[in-house]
Design a protein around this ligand. Structure first.
Ligand SMILES: Cc1ncc(COP(=O)(O)O)c(C=O)c1O
Length: 386
């Protein structure tokens, strides 16, 4: 099916932040498979661990105990301060589980038609429920009727959320990305996140933070909300958790941990031994190799380089993001830059039409960040001058 507009290259192998296509051309990877390749490519510690796991057991079944699930869950709980985990395979599945938790949380309180607060420009996935929660008409077009039970507000607007709190008695949860990814790298402000946490506590709502794109060390902390010193009740994860092996997770705190019971939810692949091993090794390597500090430092270096090289360039609107999640908003549609960068040996993304997005592996070095700047800044300057 032609569901993607693809560039005409095929990647064959990689090492670190470099990848090569089937014609032997080399690329610097500032996309990381859209925030998936946390450890870059062919990581020397990850590869043997996965090889060993494949040789032992790839999949068993959730009919049985899976000790590696318990190990990864314990680590995610330790890092987040939360208390229990459901495993799945993708971001939208993690978000579906979160939405089910919110609805059942409401039903358990006697609310028959629970509502969930969602956001303008949000992206939560492409299943019917998650595209209904998504705040992008293009993603929704052609797929109506949408799932009901969502109330939409603008990001970083406490008054709008307060109004919802006053006027809608059936709200049970607030669901947002700490940094909107597909929507154009739009960060929720620290004060906003703190206000949302306070409102959720006052109202007895669940705070559900979609960290599918911004989590797993990308911003320089394990989870992006930790910059605000708050804790969510429900946190969907995926993308970077398995370094390329599909792993999704919903991590819950005490308020949400026991909402779902036996028979309420499940998935065949979720939590299989290979996926769990990928998650365990990814978190271990991030910790052992100091990749949180690296993401913060190299991210700041990369952004400073781009800001310096693009200072005063007409058509550059704003730099946004944190750590190795960087957006450069331009004043016009810039999808063409994707192809131009690729031809120049650099993998990037363009999202929300006008935002150049960088999501490199967390292992990127300052030297590689300098090379990203050296390729990308002249391309943007040239693009804006035509
Ligand atoms: C914040 C966020 N949530 C959910 C998803 C959906 O994840 P997946 O594509 O793994 O279903 C994405 C994907 O881009 C995302 O960025």
């Amino acid at each position: 099916m032609q569901t993607y507009g693809r560039l005409p290259i095929a990647l064959s192998h990689g090492r670190g932040c470099r990848v090569w296509d089937t014609e032997g051309r080399e690329y610097l990877d500032a996309l990381g498979g859209i925030a998936v390749n946390t450890l870059g490519h062919a990581h020397p510690k990850l590869v043997p661990a996965l090889q060993e796991q494949i040789s032992k057991l790839i999949h068993s079944s959730n009919y049985y105990l899976v000790p590696l699930q318990e190990q990864l869950a314990a680590k995610l709980c330790e890092l987040s301060g939360l208390s229990s985990v459901f495993f799945c395979s993708t971001g939208l599945e993690a978000n579906e589980a979160a939405l089910k938790i919110a609805r059942k949380f409401g039903h358990d309180k006697g609310i028959d038609r629970p509502e969930i607060v969602v956001y303008e420009k949000a992206f939560h996935g492409r299943s019917i429920a998650t595209l209904s929660a998504t705040g992008n008409p293009k993603v929704q077009a052609g797929f109506g009727p949408l799932v009901e039970g969502f109330v939409r507000v603008p990001l970083n607007d406490v008054a709008a959320l307060d109004k919802v709190a006053r006027e809608r008695a059936n709200v049970v949860a607030v669901f947002l990305e700490v940094i909107q990814g597909e929507g154009g790298i739009n960060p929720a402000k620290v004060e906003y996140l703190q206000a949302v946490r306070r409102i959720c506590d006052e109202r007895g709502w669940l705070l559900m933070l979609d960290e599918v794109q911004c989590g797993i060390g990308r911003t320089g902390k394990w989870f992006a909300h930790q910059w605000a010193g708050i804790r969510p009740d429900v946190m969907p994860l995926a993308k970077g958790l398995g370094s390329g092996v599909p792993v999704g997770a919903v991590v819950c705190g005490p308020r949400a941990a026991s909402v779902l019971g036996p028979g309420n939810h499940g998935t065949t692949f979720g939590g299989n031994p290979l996926a769990m091993r990928a998650g365990i090794e990814t978190l271990h390597i991030i910790q052992a190799d100091g990749l949180l500090a690296n993401a913060a430092a190299v991210g700041a270096h990369l952004r400073a380089g781009l800001e310096r090289e693009l200072a005063g360039v007409k058509g550059v609107v704003e730099f946004r993001g944190q750590g190795l999640m960087i957006g450069i908003e331009l004043d016009r549609s810039c999808g063409d830059l994707l192809k131009q960068a690729c031809e120049a040996g650099l993998l990037i993304s363009v999202t929300a039409e006008r935002v150049v997005r960088l999501l490199p592996p967390l292992i990127m070095t300052s030297g590689e960040a300098d090379q990203v700047v050296a390729i990308l800044a002249p391309l943007i300057r040239k693009f804006l001058s035509t």
